[in-house]
Design a protein around this ligand. Structure first.
Ligand code: PFF
Length: 436
């Protein structure tokens, strides 16, 4: 059997993990969730969730992957002690990755479409521009074509392997993403709406915070750090030698949070400069922003940069979602990498067609919304809860201190992983079940 793939450098691992974390969750979801929940008070809660749950579970996943050197199913089996099987946690993660990628690829396809349109520029009346989205949604063949394009591109990148495919793509795309984001931040700083946006993002109004905001903050922090499905277990399994896991997890979470915040700094001044409400919802980047791009000075170039940025972020996340399923097939069925990619890529492509044809639905709910609800509201928190329980309770504290470290920060984070994260995740999960 050929040797297991590995990262070429620690920087390569960090960039790939950041690539997985930074995606539609940061640039599409974060700004509208913040807008909906009243701004900076929500951001404070989100930060608390990142520190108390996000970073501890990130440490847990990287450790489980690195120690076992296996895919999520094999990794959980590796840590099993008694009779209760742990591998179903891994199976559920692999399945969840398949479900998420099936619709994530469709949304990434919309971004490709908008990038193409922005090269031409957005023209016309407000209604004309905002109907572009409805037209796209009502043209199934176009949606399926973009979904096919995205899946093919991702499969081709993965076929090059971990080091030459994932690591190289992340090393090229992430720095470009950082530069594009900074260019847009500089542009936003010149807009009149910047003052209002800054106020909105930095002066907390806790009266707008509800129990629902807490759940939403926890769910968003989990999705944005790619936790709960074993993506970081898979990436951790390609780590060899000495690695400071706590430091890596903190770095990944810091960069991810900074990018989400900068995306807010880019989007809110544009929204406020045009006297719009910040709570425009999921249509914010597809319906609201293009109308504004058409009106703004330099809007043509800004829209090209913006959609290229979102595309790069989405592609590096989609890569990690497919790699979870691919590593599972390679390890568990001793299959070649190419064959595993062809099998899993085709399965996900087929499943994605359900979301690409927006008129197909279950009792009135489109497949895309249904899959998103099942994966992010139920499977992710459940996966995270089980990961926290295995890491917190099936591995002794002494072992963790010996293998991860025993600095004060590590000790606090390991304590959070054992006690705080499971309790918070259990509350979220029970609440979600209650609202089903
Ligand atoms: N973290 C990605 C985002 O913020 O868009 C989404 C994601 C990628 C979730 C990979 C889960 C995952 F395993």
């Amino acid at each position: 059997m050929s040797a297991r793939d590995a990262w070429k450098s620690k920087l390569g691992f960090i960039l790939a993990a950041v690539g997985s974390a930074v995606g539609l969750g940061n640039i599409w979801k974060f700004p509208y969730v913040v807008g909906k929940n009243g701004g900076s008070a929500f951001i404070s809660i989100y930060l608390a969730c990142i520190i108390l749950v996000g970073i501890p579970i990130l440490i847990a996943e990287i450790y489980i992957g690195k120690k076992s050197q296996l895919n999520p199913v094999g990794a959980f089996r590796f840590f099993q002690k008694g009779k209760i099987p742990f591998s179903p946690i891994g199976y559920s993660g692999v399945l969840c990755g398949i479900i998420i990628l099936s619709y994530y690829s469709v949304i990434t396809g919309w971004i490709c479409h908008y990038l193409m349109l922005s090269f031409r520029g957005f023209y016309g009346t407000e209604t004309e521009i905002s109907t572009i989205f409805d037209n796209l949604n009502n043209t199934p063949w176009l949606n399926v074509a973009w979904h096919t394009f995205v899946m093919t591109a991702i499969m081709l990148i993965l076929m090059k392997g971990v080091m030459k495919g994932i690591e190289k793509a992340s090393k090229i795309l992430m720095p470009i993403l950082g530069i594009l984001l900074l260019v847009l931040v500089c542009y936003s700083l010149t807009l009149d709406g910047m003052k209002d946006a800054w106020h909105f993002l930095t002066s907390p109004d806790f009266s707008k915070v509800t129990g629902g905001s807490l759940l939403e903050a926890l769910g968003t922090s989990f999705f944005t750090l790619s936790l709960g499905i074993g993506a970081m277990i898979t990436y951790g399994s390609y780590l060899k030698g000495e690695v400071n896991i706590t430091k890596s997890a903190v770095q990944i979470a810091l960069i991810d949070t900074l990018i989400a915040f900068l995306a807010g700094i880019v989007i809110f001044p544009i929204v406020f400069s045009n006297n719009l409400e910040p709570s425009a919802g999921p249509g914010l980047i597809f319906q609201t922003l293009p109308v504004l791009f058409a009106k703004m000075p330099g809007g043509h170039i800004v829209s090209v940069i913006f959609f290229a940025l979102v595309l790069f972020a989405a592609v590096t996340s989609a890569i990690s979602l497919l790699e979870v399923a691919v590593s599972f097939i390679i390890d568990e069925f001793k299959c070649s990498r190419i064959k595993a990619i062809l099998i899993m890529g085709s399965v996900i492509w087929l499943l994605g067609i359900l979301s690409a044809v927006s008129s197909w639905n279950v009792a009135g709910t489109p497949f895309l919304d249904l899959f998103d609800k099942i994966a992010s509201c139920y499977m992710l928190p459940l996966g995270g809860l089980c990961t926290a329980l295995v890491f917190g309770w099936a591995i002794t504290t002494e072992t963790k201190y010996k293998e991860i470290g025993s600095s004060v920060i590590t000790k606090i984070l390991l304590f959070a992983a054992k006690y705080v994260s499971p309790i918070l995740l259990l509350i979220v999960f029970l609440k979600e079940i209650g609202s089903f």
